[in-house]
Design a protein around this ligand. Structure first.
Ligand code: GNR
Ligand code: NI
Length: 171
């Protein structure tokens, strides 16, 4: 298994719209295993393929505290949304920043599982919020896009400055 590099805002590759997965094969299953390892290691409760520079419609999530509820969603489609949930969101691609975002509290989603079989989930609360956050990644969207332009700009500047310091410290 391999821990993958996670792209960070404002990397333009986070804006690429992912294409549907065509074949659910062993190569894809290896990517899924690496994405779980990367997510658990981070640690995070979700990871979209876009964040590891793979532009295919695939996400993993586990919102449990003991890694007991892994889900893989390939080519996810939200069928129904209802209710409102306001959650303090974070993102492995926007490290260190947490802001409230409003999303649906309950969703029904269809997808292919790791065997390529069609499946559906009916979920609410944090898992529903996380799946919406990950599907946004697949569409090139980040949680900071829901904030004001001023707030997003401040976050971008601070992350760029931090990265410049990291780059010079590494020399
Ligand atoms: O680890 C994560 N926590 C989180 C908290 C609230 C709402 C969404 C998330 S997803 C995030 C991991 C991540 O960046 N996934 O794309
Ligand atoms: Ni994220």
């Amino acid at each position: 298994m391999t821990k993958l590099m996670i792209l960070e805002f404002p990397d333009p590759r986070l804006r690429i719209k992912a294409a549907p997965v065509e074949h659910v094969d062993d190569k894809l299953r290896r990517l899924i295993d690496d994405m779980f390892e990367t997510m658990y290691e981070a640690p995070g409760i979700g990871l979209a393929a876009t964040q590891v520079d793979v532009h295919q419609r695939l996400l993993v999530t586990d919102v449990s505290s003991d890694r007991s509820a892994p889900h893989v969603l390939i080519n996810p489609i939200i069928l129904e949304k209802d209710g409102v949930a306001v959650t303090e969101e974070g993102c492995l691609s926007v490290p260190g920043y947490y802001e409230e975002v409003e999303r649906a509290n309950h969703i029904r989603v269809s997808f292919l599982d790791r065997d390529g079989e069609s499946s559906e989930l009916d979920v609410e609360g944090l898992l529903a919020v996380c799946i919406q956050h990950e599907i946004d990644h697949l569409d090139g969207k980040l949680f900071v896009d829901y904030l004001s332009e001023a707030k997003r700009g401040r976050i971008r500047k601070k992350l760029e400055k931090e990265r410049r310091h990291q780059a010079s410290a590494a020399l």
